[in-house]
Design a protein around this ligand. Structure first.
Ligand code: PLP
Length: 508
């Protein structure tokens, strides 16, 4: 009920039922406004699908910046949602990057499943927070079932556990955090949770391949170990960690007085999709009594495929693992998981807050997920995966994975058959790294040429590809995550690359 003292502040036309119609609740006018708003919004999205045939409009940064320079975020009286949606078209939708487009083959962004969008409607409307039972109820069991399902696919033992996270970066952070605190607890007479780090922590070393994800270094810094604690180990010609080099690196660091605490294997490197020799790495970690984390942010989706899941063998021997559902499970951002082989590891970060998850509640057996997460308030992202698995079935998802891997292999072959291209990898998952080099024995600046191609393709918007550097040289990259994309799409994209490459020579 509107309080008397505020009544004079209302506009003449704004009756209390109008003022409060914006709040999600069970009042008839609010339900009507909710339904109308969602319908209008879905129509705006459909309109976006119908008016955009390319992955990008090609608008320049300056053009888009200019639109915002004349705008204020604040609007005292507000506008109808329809007007705001119209404005949003101009400001954002017309130029949004379309990951669903078959010619989007740039970064690790997948097209998303429609059932996940239905789930998003419920997630945002009901607005469950996953931190405690008294804010989530059945939502907690949905997340727990999916954790159980993923743990089973990984092949972890009975006592394993996990939690949904915001992404691979956060999951990798949890892996390194538990690795650090496990090592401290086992080797020093301090409790890292209470006392912090021992002086020797400056000597802690984490080993990962030279092509592993940057989040490992960033997380090491955030964990107080410094980026220099991360030792990059050489890879073989398939961009997989060289395990002999790993052992040599461990021995060398020990001889320098440093202290190995963890090895990180990558199952699906960001650039190449290469999978480290997880078995051999697990054995090395075991030999040196250090933590073994597997970053399967990209490769985790292989657990869905009967044909390719073998490639992840060895992940079951890890102490912890990262899997990003928003990369290879066709889930919207954000949806990721962190998994550990022994649920007691989580005690390193457990905290009881009297107002939230008291010790008494734990003793009663109330499942409060906050104890497993580094977040407190946490979105019910698990519902998207739940609705996906139960509407589509895992077999279809496995087929999607098989299709993108086959497309990557055929694309790599197609590029190898074109004389003007150099291809660096045979895709284990779905990334192809290559460069355009039509005149190999000339003084052409091949890096400048390929950087030009990537930028002009973005500026044109007809097809989006990525670039990266390998041993200091610029390469182009396809990340194939769309099962609808066909080899003919890839041929067209390669034709665009050749056209822009040709233009480079005309201009230079
Ligand atoms: C191998 C790997 N690990 C971790 C990450 C980080 O994942 P997120 O972007 O979900 O934080 C990425 C992102 O591309 C990745 O490729």
């Amino acid at each position: 009920m509107l309080q008397e003292k505020y009544a004079h502040q209302l506009l003449e036309s704004e009756r209390p039922d109008q003022l409060y119609k914006y709040l999600f609740n069970d009042l008839p006018e609010n339900k009507a406004y909710y339904q109308k708003s969602i319908n209008q919004t879905v129509n705006a999205v459909i309109d976006h699908l119908e008016t955009r045939s390319t992955p990008y409009s090609g608008a320049s940064v300056d053009q888009i910046r200019e639109r915002f320079s004349r705008l204020q975020a604040e609007h005292p009286e507000g506008n109808s949602l329809q007007i705001v949606l119209e404005e949003l078209k101009e400001l954002y939708l017309n130029d949004a990057i379309s990951f669903h487009n078959t010619k989007y083959v740039a970064h690790l962004n997948c097209p998303i499943l429609i059932p996940t969008l239905a789930a998003e409607v419920i997630i945002s409307a009901i607005n469950t927070s996953m931190d405690t039972w008294d804010q989530s109820a059945g939502g907690t069991f949905i997340e727990l079932k999916l954790i159980e399902w993923t743990l089973d696919k990984i092949g972890y033992p009975e006592n394993a556990d996990g939690v949904f996270t915001s992404g691979g970066t956060q999951s990798n952070m949890m892996g390194l955090l538990l690795a650090r605190d496990h090592f401290i607890s086992n080797n020093y007479s301090i409790d890292p949770g209470m006392d912090g780090l021992p002086a020797e922590a400056t000597k802690f070393r984490i080993f990962c391949s030279e092509v592993s994800h940057f989040s490992l270094k960033k997380n090491a810094a955030l964990l107080g170990l410094g980026q220099n604690s991360v030792v990059s180990v050489a890879v073989n010609d398939k961009y997989q960690m060289d395990t002999e080099a790993l052992e040599e690196a461990i021995i060398k660091e020990k001889s320098l007085g440093n202290i190995p605490i963890a090895v990180v294997g990558t199952a699906g490197t960001t650039d190449f999709g290469s999978i480290d020799p997880l078995y051999a790495m697990a054995a090395v970690a075991d030999q040196y009594k250090i933590w073994f984390h597997v970053d399967a942010a990209y490769g985790g989706g292989l657990i869905l495929s009967d044909k390719h899941k073998e490639k992840l063998k060895g992940i079951e021997l890890s102490d912890s693992a990262t899997i990003d559902y928003h990369k290879t499970f066709f889930q919207p951002v954000s949806s990721s998981g962190f998994f550990m082989r022994d649920k007691s590891y989580i005690n390193y970060i457990k905290y009881h807050a009297d107002y939230l998850n008291s010790k008494e509640q734990e003793e009663e057996g109330i499942p409060n997920m906050v104890k497993k997460s580094i977040q407190t308030t946490r979105r019910f992202d698990a519902l998207k995966l739940w609705v996906s698995l139960r509407t589509m079935g895992t077999q279809r998802l496995g087929q999607y994975i098989d299709d993108i891997i086959e497309l990557a292999q055929r694309t790599s072959l197609m590029l190898r058959n074109r004389a003007k291209f150099e291809v660096l990898n045979h895709p284990e998952i779905s990334a192809v790294v290559f460069r355009y080099n039509p005149l190999p024995n000339t003084k052409t600046d091949v890096c400048a040429l390929n950087a030009y191609i990537r930028k002009s393709m973005f500026d044109e918007g007809k097809a989006l590809i990525a670039s990266t550097k390998v041993e200091g040289k610029v390469y182009l990259k396809f990340t194939l995550l769309n099962p609808v994309t066909q080899l003919s799409d890839m041929q067209e994209i390669v034709d665009h690359i050749e056209r822009h490459g040709h233009n480079y020579f005309i201009k230079n």
